[in-house]
Design a protein around this ligand. Sequence first.
Ligand code: ATP
Ligand code: MN
Length: 465
Amino acid sequence: MEHIRRNKIADLLKSKNFGSEVLVKGWVRSKRGNKNINFIALNDGSAIHTIQVVAEVANFPEEVLKLVTTGSCIAVKGTLVESMGQGQSVEIQAGHIEVFGTADPETYPLQKKGHSLEFLREIAHLRPRTNTFGAVLRIRHAMAFAIHKYFNDQGFYYIHAPIITGSDAEGAGAMFRVTTLDDKNPPVLPDGHVDYSQDFFGKETKLTVSGQLEAELGAMALGLVYTFGPTFRAENSNTPRHLAEFWMIEPEMAFYDIHDDMDLAEDFLKYLIRYALENCHDDLEFLDKMYDNELIARLNEVVADKFVRLTYTEAVEILIASGQSWEFPVDWGTDLQAEHERYIVEKHFGKPVILTGYPKDIKAFYMKMNEDGKTVRAMDVLFPKIGEIIGGSQREENLDALLKRIHEMNIPEKDVWWYLDTRKFGTAPHAGFGLGFERLILFVTGMSNIRDVIPFPRTPKNAEF
Ligand code: ATP
Ligand code: MN
């Protein structure tokens, strides 16, 4: 086949350039027809839709069309023509077909349509070839791009927080250890503990649970910064909303208070959802049709509505007054569970809610204390179908107040000396938040399990691919 440029199927489907010579390359979704004519549905990942390739059997050597089966990879050169068939406006009249890779119909796992999401998780190496995962992965890409675009347009700088960390002060969850010590025969101290001074970094190191503390260091120099990277939590929570490895976006802003923080979170989320509505239309339409008929309506509502803002204390009053029975009882001072968050958002208000003023004992050491001495300037953004999507706060910038909290919570000062330096030297009021990337993708795609919005989910007992 002579060397001409490959046409993307997404472009051809929009084209009216009938009669032109085109070259497409992609994977066969299906082939049907009779002894005279074959109709091949071809997908190349550039769009959810396939293009129809029409092959007159007489024009091709028998062995070629026989190899064109579901899952095989082919190149087709032919003529773009207006389609008379239903469901498409263009098709390709095939002149030449080259088979790059066959897919034996006896063993190709995606031979049939309509596999369950559970089954597809077992073949995560092949599931991007389905309509569902194609749509999810294109939307995931669009959201990652939109996140960088939003912050860049607002004058934020992208900071890369380390993935391996020597600090475990963040307290956001259990951590994975990173080591090169011999697991069968590690060096041991006289007291029986492993001697991490002989480990690769000369100390015990872990995978980070959050880039926030490092982002704060950046904000104290660059003003407006954000991180966007992988984070790890070794919590054994087998829920549809938790992964052991997930991506988090953490903006951190010098001179912002808790109200500025909430305004940014609301504007940011609305921007991202609007971006998806404007740029991922076909994929959203597919997911809306196949999985969640209220998806597009819900996205439009969230963009249009002002988020409700109320305090934790008010939320607890609403929950108690509701008369509902809960799996986890609510009382002032307890952490809210997903069932409570979803009641507030879905049943009580019917729109996103930002809760503030959480009890200090259920929040991290760095959150700024309110005047009452009992609550902190935390804010959680709660979304329909998701529960918590963002967790953030105004940070304690006062050195003495921060030290008091660190001592109360038994965090060794020597572990956070570098963090304390920001409060010693040119401290400034500041605030930030963490958005769980996969929770955002869950919301935007309408998928219901977080394992289905990341290419290779890491969950307890699952790291095959
Ligand atoms: P949750 O109560 O839902 O476990 P969290 O309070 O532990 O959340 P934060 O430590 O505040 O969450 O993290 C910030 C954001 O990161 C959360 O709002 C959520 O969107 C996301 N997130 C937290 N833990 C996970 C996880 N295990 N998997 C995926 N996303 C997560
Ligand atoms: Mn958690």
